[in-house]
Ligand binder design. Structure first.
Ligand code: NAD
Length: 246
């Protein structure tokens, strides 16, 4: 196949931001989508916009929830060709914070452990796929750094390691594993940052002098997921308006 039409795709964190834009773009291109998220209201709104999307409320940090959701997605869609590991959280946690340990555990659970669990649960179905694809969402914070984001940065750097190692391990089976490192994107995650702070940050840090929009990440996810992207694996791809270049 030359297009993504007919592909069976799981997108986590699909109720908002990058995940939502990805689910909508893939659905528009004719893929069959299982949209996983914790946020039931957000999933209802997604289903309202694209009725053909299967929505599944799930907590990616919970092993049983991941197992049930993946099984339901595979059964309903009739298999899995593409897994998009996107769900995420972020918080500023200075190293001296009282609750640093708890916040660290939460970041690692949602951002990193969840990705390996989704992958392990989807693997039997991915192995039966004609063009299996795993796309993990990391961050430019895995490559560069911001004060106060050490737990987030460490978990995202873990995603880069997970991606590269599994690309090597699964390569002989034709399964590609890649990750995208988004720069600053206008989503739920960055909604609380005041506009003037966003303008100043992107002027100082990015080449394009602006935040990106979720659709600009969704298009890269789609490019990586296409059957034609069959020689791309183990790649760590910044989609960041030139942040890493500056
Ligand atoms: P967002 O807050 O708009 O969306 C994240 C989604 O993940 C939400 O719908 C949320 O409910 C869901 N989610 C959170 N915890 C979950 C859990 N335990 N189980 C299931 N779903 C859960 O944020 P976004 O910016 O679209 O984030 C998507 C991904 O992109 C994240 O991995 C994030 O770290 C990454 N990222 C975002 C930016 C940015 O600037 N927005 C930059 C780099 C990387």
């Amino acid at each position: 196949p030359r297009s993504i039409a007919g592909a069976r795709v799981i997108v986590t964190g699909a109720a908002s931001g990058i995940g939502r834009a990805t689910a909508l773009l893939f659905a528009q291109e004719g893929a069959a989508i299982a949209a996983l998220d914790l946020d039931a209201a957000g999933l209802r709104s997604l289903a309202g916009e694209a009725g053909q999307i299967l929505t599944i409320q799930a907590d990616v940090s919970d092993a049983a929830s991941v197992r049930d959701a993946t099984a339901r997605a595979a059964t309903t869609l009739g298999g899995i060709d593409v897994l998009v590991n996107n769900a995420g959280i972020s918080a500023m946690i200075p190293i001296d914070a009282e609750d640093y340990d708890a916040q660290w555990d939460r970041h690692v659970a949602v951002l990193l452990t969840a990705q390996q669990r989704l992958i392990r649960n989807a693997l039997p179905d991915l192995r039966r796929s004609e063009y299996p694809r795993i796309v993990n969402i990391a961050s430019t914070e895995a490559l560069g750094a911001t004060a106060g984001l050490s737990a987030y940065s460490a978990a995202k750097a873990g995603v880069v390691g997970l991606t590269r190692s599994l690309a090597v391990e699964l390569g002989k089976e034709g399964i590609t594993v890649n990750c995208i490192c988004p720069g600053p994107i206008l989503t739920g995650m960055t909604a609380a940052i005041p506009d003037e702070q966003k303008v100043a940050y992107s002027a100082r840090r990015t080449a394009l002098r602006r935040y990106g929009c979720p659709e600009e990440i969704a298009h890269m996810v789609l490019s990586i997921a296409l059957p034609a992207a069959s020689f791309l694996t183990g790649a760590v791809i910044p989609v960041d308006g030139g942040l890493m270049a500056r």
